[in-house]
Design a protein around this ligand. Structure first.
Ligand code: DP6
Length: 328
């Protein structure tokens, strides 16, 4: 790998217990611990090169030059890396997702995980996993969870201690996430704004109070590979988070008609004996969980619902890693 240039690959993650609301907005210190699984089937690849003489950072995302807020977030993150490495060179960054960005599929999680590792290596820094996770958190909170592999928990209430740690490796449980795409539209309201308005919801405190119990259930359910216990807790927390979103001021309503059709479908199939459960991030798409042995049947049923554009099937993914090729 040439000095000054590096490529990293990251998977997005899906939260079983959600991060929604900060104790500190500037540092992305979460109001509650969260727990997630990385998604092996979805990837972001990012190459970073610091170049002497470059007048400004040049960033390309999915073949388009980044501008506005997206560019600003990347430049701010590169500034953090430059400060750590004590360099001033501007960087060329090329990033490629193999899944639709901005639809609640957590593209900024894999984006900031990959950017953190590629940029620190390109700047000559050798950070450990906790340090990369902590840095990724400053770019996008949930990105810190895409740094360790497999099933991951993020907690810690101070800048130095707030990063993600593995709770089980990817091969611990052959769970499947059927990512059910009902819209490819870019979301209207980003998570950043959502975190800032959480406390306007009368349900916010109630959701936070429920988190420790749900987290304990999900944690022990993962350890025992017990979907019958994990599933209801995942659904309860997703619905509590969306209750907070819908009752915030301004109200955030991410669901579409097809979103509700999936929720109704999942519940009906479960009543008929199929082990499948849902969660939803800040977007209209639905993540449906089941054991690998049920995945084909669940996928067929999902594809037969109205308004479904695509179903991406993923098992548990690895952590952020370096690769030996470049995107430019
Ligand atoms: C609903 O602030 O990490 O996905 O930076 O926009 O990706 P972005 O989001 P972030 O909030 C994520 C919120 C969530 C829940 C979760 O992933 O825990």
């Amino acid at each position: 790998m040439s000095k000054g240039k590096a490529t990293a690959v990251a998977n997005p993650n899906i939260a079983f217990i959600k991060y929604w609301g900060n104790a500190d907005d500037a540092l992305n210190l979460p109001a509650n611990p969260s727990l997630s699984m990385n998604l092996a089937a979805l990837t972001t690849v990012t190459t970073v090169e610091f170049r002497p003489g470059l007048p400004s950072d040049m960033v390309t995302i999915d073949g388009q030059p980044a501008e506005g807020h997206a560019l600003e977030r990347v430049v701010q993150h590169l500034d953090r890396v430059r400060a750590l490495a004590e360099i001033d060179e501007k960087a060329r960054v090329v990033s490629q997702n193999d899944f639709p960005a901005g639809t609640g599929l957590a593209s900024s999680a894999s984006a900031f995980a990959a950017l953190s590792l590629a940029a620190t290596r390109a700047a000559g820094l050798l950070l450990n996993e906790a340090e990369v996770s902590r840095l990724a958190r400053l770019g996008s909170g949930s990105a810190c969870r895409s740094v360790p592999a497999g099933f991951v928990q993020w907690d810690g209430d101070r800048d130095a201690t707030s990063f993600a740690r593995q709770v089980a490796p990817p091969d611990h449980w052959d769970l499947r996430d059927l990512v059910t795409i009902v819209s490819h539209q870019h979301k209207q309201v980003g998570s950043h704004h959502g975190h800032e308005i959480v406390s306007t919801s009368p349900f916010y405190a109630a959701r936070l109070a429920a988190v420790p119990g749900l987290l304990a259930t999900v944690m022990s359910g993962i350890q025992q590979r017990d979907l019958a216990n994990v599933g209801p807790a995942i659904e309860a927390d997703a619905l509590a988070m969306h209750g907070v979103m819908m009752t915030s001021d301004p109200s955030l309503l991410y669901w579409e008609e097809a979103t509700v059709a999936v929720l109704q479908g999942v519940r009906a199939w479960r009543h008929s004996g199929l082990g499948v459960f849902f969660t939803i991030d800040a977007g209209p798409n639905v993540h449906c969980f089941c054991e690998r042995s049920d995945a084909a049947q669940v996928e067929t049923r999902l594809r037969n619902l109205p308004g479904i554009q695509d179903v991406l099937v993923s098992g548990p993914g690895g952590g952020v890693r370096l690769v030996e090729y470049y995107l430019f």
